[in-house]
Design a protein around this ligand. Structure first.
Ligand code: SAM
Length: 278
């Protein structure tokens, strides 16, 4: 039995050397040090590895939708504007836009986004709403209108009832919706296939960083995320789906999906863009 286990561990080490090393380092921590996600590790993660080409691609794709007839833009769950502001900077018709609305419930992220808007888009009228999609959509008046609404990696963070009801309500107020999410594999949590897929994906992510940065990103972000994915209790903060599920759920209340395409490869899953007309 013991030999079986050590053979299995050796096999795992061969298949996932970076993940195994990071898990060993994590297990070797003194007992009273918790595995926790640190802001410095998240910063290093998001500003490096595959996140760089991912966000470059997302911003270019978003910018392609800022057409001359798009005068009003709504960003749902804009975060600190990491996708939005490079997209605005890359827009071919920067003067077409007459107003920007940001919806973001996390106050610190909203403050960063507002500061960035003031620095990079000082002449663009800005409405900053420090609330979630549900609260925002529930009080939309009949005259509230936007030419374009976008949401990048934000809808996955919104509990499903709030998300689908909010998007259904938004249809009367927005001409076009552009979302970017990950086309995750259709695997049942807790199965061997799910765990093997997670291990492969985190192995790839760790390989995108080097040296001290890899250790920081591993111990402060990727390993806590990996362990969280295995723990049913901490898993309930993120609700993702394979791309066809997003299409079905949006078509049900009447959105007309006109494009659904992978736009960028990424360790977690390929990112896709979905474009829907009201
Ligand atoms: C992964 S971040 C993406 C941020 C940004 N759009 C980007 O591409 O960098 C997810 C964002 O969704 C926001 N969020 C969480 N719950 C939300 C809700 N109920 N309504 C709108 N946004 C929400 C989070 O605060 C966070 O800024």
């Amino acid at each position: 039995m013991k030999n079986d286990l050590s053979t299995a561990l050796q096999d795992t080490f061969l298949d996932f050397p970076l993940l195994t090393t990071a898990l060993r380092q994590c297990a070797a921590r003194p007992e009273d040090t918790q595995v926790y996600a640190s802001p410095a590790a998240f910063e290093a993660f998001i500003r490096g590895g595959g996140n760089v080409p991912l966000y470059e691609c997302v911003s270019v794709e978003l910018a392609s939708h800022y057409a001359p007839d798009v005068h009003s833009l709504l960003d749902i769950g804009c975060g600190d504007g990491h996708a939005l502001f490079p997209a605005l900077a890359a827009a071919a018709h920067p003067h077409a836009l007459e107003r920007l609305t940001l919806v973001e419930p996390a106050s610190a992220l909203m403050a960063s986004a507002v500061a960035r808007a003031q620095a990079e888009q000082p002449t663009l009228p800005l409405q900053a709403l420090n609330e979630g999609l549900g609260a925002f959509a529930a009080k939309l008046g009949p005259d509230a209108r936007w030419d374009l609404a976008q949401a990048t990696f934000a809808l996955q963070a919104i509990p499903e009832p709030e998300r689908w009801a909010g998007l259904a309500r938004l249809r009367a107020h927005v001409k076009r919706l552009v979302i970017v999410e990950f086309d995750i594999p259709d695997l049942q949590r807790g199965t061997d296939a799910y765990v093997a897929s997670l291990a492969q994906r985190y192995e790839r992510a760790l390989g995108e960083y080097e040296g001290a940065t890899r250790e920081l990103v591993a111990q402060g972000f990727l390993i806590p995320m990996f362990l969280g994915q295995l723990d049913a209790q901490t898993a309930a903060t993120n609700w993702e789906h394979p791309a066809p599920v997003w299409r079905e759920k949006l078509e049900a209340p009447g959105w007309r999906v006109t494009r659904l395409a992978h736009i960028s490869d990424y360790f977690w899953a390929p990112a896709f863009m979905l474009v829907a007309e009201a």
